[in-house]
Design a binder for this molecule. Structure first.
Ligand SMILES: C[S@@+](CC[C@H](N)C(=O)[O-])C[C@H]1O[C@@H](n2cnc3c(N)ncnc32)[C@H](O)[C@@H]1O
Ligand SMILES: [Zn+2]
Ligand SMILES: [Zn+2]
Ligand SMILES: [Zn+2]
Length: 558
């Protein structure tokens, strides 16, 4: 075997300082390092490529990130077969090691008794006399015995492919130099690089792509691979950077489209799970951003009780009516016994003020499930849609069909907790800016324990209803399985006609007319409350900026 000259190897590496790499190529390679601002870094770390982790050890040193634009390759040790890349265990490059299926190949001279030698790895490449030539390290032979072989002597596609990939990475990430002319290998490698770029697009970058909407048409990966081929072969560094820039831009778009696909699948799964538990007719829609289902939310169909409270409190004492004719025709029917007006029209629309209290027929009544005084207990009938708002209010709820004034929408469900527990939780919620607490203060606050519904972690679609200063829904207290004034069921009714697609809202501050009686009055402009002595004191809760967008918006809510 001819002895290759040691100098030959070092000649493969440029002696000049290399041109600046496109910033975003660096971004990808050093994505994990970006957070640190040390001025000089070593290019070591594990990079994901082709489903494998490639470890690169200090082979290249980066100079100052911003002010210096050079990448200085550390010349490989020509005495070993170190090709400039290293792995932790000292072998050169894990991609090579993965080529376990080393094949026997024909050598053009010095063959063994079987006429074959084994390629251990390919260490370098050159294009000479119109031919691709590869510098081969032979199994069982030292680096001094490496030889240059033309492509047609190497029937080791696997090895070659790995070499090509490394080579192209090398070209793209470290230095610009001609790449092999073997086209099919090149295209595969470019494909992998593009896929890697897509996978590694930083979130901030692909989120920017949302501005163009979800319908943007991406360029096919095969076209991008061709563009990359052109970029690598372009001798003008400006042009190369421009092309890579364009490719990376499309990679971000492709990543966004991929994330969108994953998001839609998750939302569909969530929609199905909500409908399988609840009464159905719920859809989920996010045509605004890439937010998926909330991570810490459980859909429930009836209230739960919180710490220290027994679920028995939800089914308490109650008396049933003995109506023999249709309910509502006799003085002895449930609402009359409770001292309130009959709540529903023949079409089950609410016809009384939501403040008056609704007493539906219950398990002890002689009437059947079709009784006109059983509306809320029959559950939601209207189609609703949980949707992503486009003005920073997170999720919201909208009508999935036209809803008549007075129609029952849904219940406000959650965990029933004591007012003391609510005060504690409220402090936490104030920090996050998200609150799902609803005080059950339909009764006189002087009498006994007060409760609050917390729909933060468990609830139904009402969890997503936003506040409005001019709402189209309101909340009524409904007593069905208990007449304990402290624990009514909360039911939402349409305050007026709601068109299909219109967002459903209620006033978080409750019914203003009612609240202003005896309770502190909040100055809508300052957010300060005036108590009955007329002393101004800061409101307990900080006022939050309201984005309801109604003509009557007060500017804040709490
Ligand atoms: C009961 S949740 C409503 C659902 C919530 N948007 C979500 O994504 O889960 C209440 C929270 O929604 C937001 N929100 C509701 N109404 C709002 C409004 N009118 N203006 C601004 N933010 C509002 C606030 O962050 C509030 O703490
Ligand atoms: Zn009845
Ligand atoms: Zn009854
Ligand atoms: Zn408002």
């Amino acid at each position: 075997m001819a002895e290759p000259k040691a100098e030959l190897v070092s000649l493969r590496y440029p002696k000049v300082v290399l041109p600046k790499l496109p910033q975003d190529v660096c971004d990808i390679l050093f994505a994990e390092e970006k957070s640190s601002d040390e001025s000089i870094k070593e290019v070591s770390g594990v990079y994901h490529f082709e489903g494998k982790n490639i470890r690169i050890n200090n082979s290249f040193k980066r100079q100052k990130w911003i002010s210096a634009h050079y990448w200085m390759p550390v010349l490989p040790n020509t005495q070993s077969d170190d090709s400039g890349f290293g792995t932790e265990d000292g072998s050169d490059f894990s991609l090579f090691d993965d080529c376990a299926q080393k094949r026997r190949v024909k050598r053009w001279k010095g063959a063994d008794e079987r006429g074959e030698y084994e390629v251990q790895k390919i260490v370098d490449y050159k294009f000479e006399d119109g031919k691709d030539k590869f510098f081969v390290k032979w199994c069982g032979w030292g680096s001094q015995s490496n030889t240059w072989e033309p492509l047609n002597y190497l029937h080791c596609d696997e090895n070659l492919n790995s070499f090509m990939k490394k080579m192209i990475l090398d070209v793209l990430f470290v230095k610009w130099r001609p790449v092999p002319t073997c086209k099919s290998l090149r295209t595969t490698s470019y494909h992998s690089i593009i896929e890697q770029w897509i996978r590694n697009t930083p979130k901030a970058l692909y989120l920017k792509k949302l501005k163009g909407g979800f319908k943007q048409k991406p360029i096919a990966i095969s076209t991008l691979a061709k563009m990359l081929d052109a970029a690598v072969n372009d001798r003008c560094s400006k042009k190369r950077e421009q092309i890579v820039e364009t490719i990376k831009d499309h990679c971000a778009l492709l990543r966004m489209i991929q994330a969108r696909k994953e998001q839609l699948q998750l939302l569909k799964k969530w929609e199905d799970s909500l409908n399988s538990v609840g009464p159905g007719g719920l859809t989920i829609e996010n045509n605004f951003d890439l937010e998926g289902p909330p991570s810490d939310f459980m859909y429930i169909t009836q209230n739960k009780t919180g710490p220290g409270l027994s679920s028995c409190m939800l089914i308490g004492q109650v008396a049933g009516c003995e109506c023999t004719e249709e309910c509502g025709t006799k003085e002895t029917c449930c609402p009359n016994m409770a001292g309130v007006d009959w709540a529903y029209s023949a079409k089950s629309r609410l016809i009384v003020s939501p403040r008056s209290g609704i007493f539906e027929c219950n398990r002890f009544c002689s009437c059947g499930p079709e009784c006109p005084n059983r509306v809320v207990q029959r559950g939601r009938k209207v189609k609703l849609c949980i949707f992503r708002t486009s003005d920073g209010r997170g999720w919201g709820l909208k009508a999935g069909e036209r809803i008549e004034r007075g129609q029952f929408l849904t219940t406000y469900l959650g965990e029933i907790i004591t007012s003391e527990e609510a005060a504690k939780r409220d402090e936490n919620y104030e920090k996050t800016g998200l609150s799902y607490l609803f005080d059950l203060d339909m009764m006189d606050p002087d009498e006994g324990q007060m409760f609050t519904i917390d729909a933060m972690k468990c609830g139904n679609e009402s969890h997503f209803i936003n506040h409005s200063c001019n709402p189209n829904a309101h909340v009524a207290g409904v007593w069905i399985e208990t007449n304990d004034p402290a624990v009514p069921l909360l039911a939402l009714f349409a305050r007026r006609l709601i068109r299909k697609g219109e967002e459903i809202t209620f006033n978080y501050q409750g019914d203003q007319d009612q609240r202003n009686k005896g309770n502190p009055i909040r100055d809508d402009k300052t957010g300060f409350e005036t108590d009955h002595l007329g002393i101004n004191q800061p409101a307990k809760k900080k006022a939050k900026k309201c984005k309801c967008g109604s003509r009557f918006c007060k500017g804040f809510y709490f």
